[in-house]
Every structure is written in structure tokens, then in C-alpha cells.
Design a protein around this ligand. Structure first.
Ligand code: NAD
Length: 329
């Protein structure tokens, strides 16, 4: 089978090469996304895959159908770039990669939690100016003594909960969906109960009407003094004004964020720090606030899975088969 891979990035190439060796299919990679100017490239191919943040507009699906393309496999979770009605009207099946590596995000959440409880930023800043004393960072806490509230115990939350439990921490789970199989390592409870008992609060929900600004003034009023807050889900879940107040007052002992509100304005690009949003500039001054540029997902396993799952789905769909990654009508 001949597959055209749009918007390929260099990180993906080694996995494409291995997949070709393993399956014997032909894959042609190009740098450009799928749009009106590149759709012609699909002519003569059996299947296509892309990962992109720009929309795949209505006229493209009819053109693809004319080239006898029967599917689009996107190598990402979010499929808002697709026009579902147009795709289905042209009998084009669609797939995404919904779970490329929950462990990747869970492991990085854990990494940053350890960085916070060991006061690593404080120690590093002190050592940078020659201060090698214990007092520079202060005494740490140990993970097995901590109670962690995981808000959203889905794919990522479950992976994190399992690891925390293995390390001896007490894990509280808050999720409207109850998964009995998580009982060995999660004690499900209400949000209010979790907030009243947690040393650490970690968000792993999608952004939706209920979770937008979930961590508001009322939420912060319910947490314990000295709580650590982790947000590796979506920036808009936490009210940043309340976050800053809580760090300033000491209500929060620390916070680690891999996401931020309106992060597309500054993440995944280079700029002088003075161009960052004013609140981010202020927050970065804190020794107990850690920010990372939405990299929790960015591991070898995740990139490999994005490539392999999308290519496998492309083949399956062209052959008329079933994949659990199919986006259904
Ligand atoms: P998932 O759908 O498997 O799990 C989400 C869970 O949140 C579900 O169990 C759902 O029932 C629960 N939930 C929904 N509303 C809730 C609420 N109001 N209170 C409590 N729980 C609620 O999703 P996932 O794959 O685990 O991903 C979770 C989120 O992580 C994504 O939506 C995304 O925002 C974020 N994410 C971040 C990165 C990164 O690199 N930082 C990468 C991938 C995903």
C-alpha cells in the first residue's frame, strides 16, 4: 500500500522507517500540512495521514474522494481540524490517536511533583550564586507520606494513580465516571472531601464547561494550607489570579504547570521573557512555581505510537477493517 504522510516532523522519521521495514508498505513523507494547495499530492496514493493544527476545509474531502482516498488518519488526539460532515458525505473514514502514551504525561507529572517536594528550583538558584547550604532549599517531604487527589481518573489520571500508589502515596480519585478496576490503587471520593484531605492536587480532566475555571476562589477556599497543585491538563482549568494569590500567601506550598491559559500565544516558540504574559513573568519569579512548555507528552514512546497507530489505522481502514481509533458519525 502507498501512504502519503503530511506534515511530517523530523522526530517521526525513524519510526516511519522502522514501520516500513516491519510492514513492507510504502510511505512518502512531506513537510506540508493537508490543505487546498497540497491535496493534489494525494493523487495516486491509497491512504493518507497528517498531524496539524490548521483546519482541513470542506472542499478537500471531495477532492480526496475523487482521488479514491477513503480515509484520513490523524496522528494526534484533537480532531477539531477535521470537517466531519464533509468527510462522511464523501465516504471518508477518519481516525485519531486518542491515547498515544498516558504514561508519558503521568511520568512527567510525577517528575515535577518530586522537583517541588525536593525544592530543586530553590536549590539550583542558590547554587548558581555559590550557596551550597542545606538551608538554601529547605527540608523535603517524602512521597509515601503524601495524599494525592487525582482530579480526572481517565487514561492519564489512572497511569499517575498507579505509579503514586506503587510509591506508597495515598491516592484519592475524583471523577464522575467510576472505574471499579481502579479500586486497588484509588480511593474514589467527592471533590470537597478530596480537597479537605489532599497534600497534592493534580488535574487530569479535559477542558469542558464543568472544568473551565474549576479551580476558582471557592475551590482554593477548600484546600489545605501547604497544598501542592499540578496542572498537566489545560491552562484554563485553573484561575491564574487565584493561583498567584495562593502562592503569595503560602496557601500553596508549590505548583507545577505544563499548560497555561492562551498558551498558543507563547508556547512552542522563542521570544524574550519580557514578551511573556505579565502573570507568567511574575509566577516564574517564584522558587516554588514550575512551568514547562507543554512537553509532558513529548517522549520517544508517544511519538512512536502516534506514527505507528496512525499508519496501522490507515491500512486497516483502506482494507475495510475495524479500528477502535475510528471517529464515528
Ligand atoms: P481521558 O478522557 O482518558 O480522561 C479524562 C477523565 O476526566 C475522564 O475519566 C472523565 O470522566 C474525567 N472528568 C471529566 N470531567 C470531570 C470533572 N468535572 N471532574 C472530574 N473528572 C472529570 O483523558 P486523558 O487521556 O486522561 O487526558 C486528560 C487531559 O490531559 C486531556 O483532556 C488533556 O487536556 C490533557 N493532556 C495533556 C498533555 C500534555 O502534554 N500536557 C497531553 C495529553 C493530554
Amino acid at each position: 500500500m502507498k501512504i502519503l504522510m503530511y506534515n511530517t516532523v523530523s522526530d517521526e522519521l525513524p519510526y516511519v522507517k522502522k514501520w516500513i521495514e516491519k510492514t513492507g508498505h510504502e510511505v512518502v513523507t512531506i513537510d506540508q500540512p493537508l490543505d487546498e494547495s497540497t491535496v493534489e499530492r494525494a493523487k495516486g496514493f491509497d491512504a493518507i495521514t497528517t498531524q496539524q493544527t490548521t483546519a482541513i476545509n470542506a472542499p478537500i474531502y471531495n477532492q480526496l474522494a475523487q482521488f479514491n482516498i477513503k480515509q484520513i488518519a490523524i496522528r494526534q488526539v484533537g480532531y477539531d481540524v477535521l470537517n466531519l460532515p464533509e468527510a462522511f458525505a464523501n465516504n471518508i473514514r477518519l481516525s485519531n490517536v486518542a491515547a498515544y502514551s498516558p504514561r508519558a504525561i503521568a511520568e512527567y507529572t510525577l517528575t515535577q511533583l518530586f522537583n517541588l517536594i525536593r525544592h530543586n528550583k530553590k536549590f539550583e538558584r542558590a547554587m548558581a550564586v555559590g550557596d551550597y547550604t542545606w538551608a538554601a532549599g529547605g527540608q523535603a517531604r517524602e512521597i509515601h507520606n503524601l495524599t494525592v487527589a487525582v482530579i480526572g481518573v481517565g487514561r492519564i489520571g489512572t497511569a499517575l494513580a498507579e505509579m503514586l500508589h506503587a510509591l506508597g502515596a495515598t491516592v484519592l480519585g475524583v471523577d464522575p465516571v467510576y472505574r471499579a478496576q481502579n479500586e486497588p490503587f484509588v480511593a474514589y471520593t467527592t471533590l470537597d472531601d478530596a480537597l479537605s484531605r489532599a497534600d497534592v492536587i493534580s488535574f487530569h480532566t479535559p477542558l469542558n464547561d464543568e472544568t473551565r475555571a474549576m479551580a476558582d476562589k471557592n475551590f482554593f477556599a477548600k484546600i489545605q494550607p501547604g497544598t501542592i497543585m499540578l496542572n498537566f491538563a489545560r491552562g484554563e482549568i485553573v484561575d491564574m489570579v487565584e493561583l498567584e494569590k495562593a502562592l503569595q500567601s503560602g496557601l500553596l506550598a508549590g505548583a507545577a504547570f505544563d499548560v497555561a491559559p492562551n498558551e498558543n500565544d507563547f508556547m512552542n516558540q522563542k521570544q524574550p521573557t519580557t514578551k511573556l504574559p505579565a502573570d507568567i513573568q511574575r509566577l516564574l519569579q517564584y522558587d516554588n512555581f514550575l512551568l514547562s512548555p507543554h512537553i509532558a507528552f513529548y517522549t520517544d514512546t508517544a511519538i512512536k505510537n502516534m506514527v505507528e497507530m496512525a499508519l496501522n489505522d490507515a491500512v486497516t481502514m483502506v482494507n475495510g477493517g475495524f479500528t477502535e481509533n475510528e471517529i464515528l458519525r
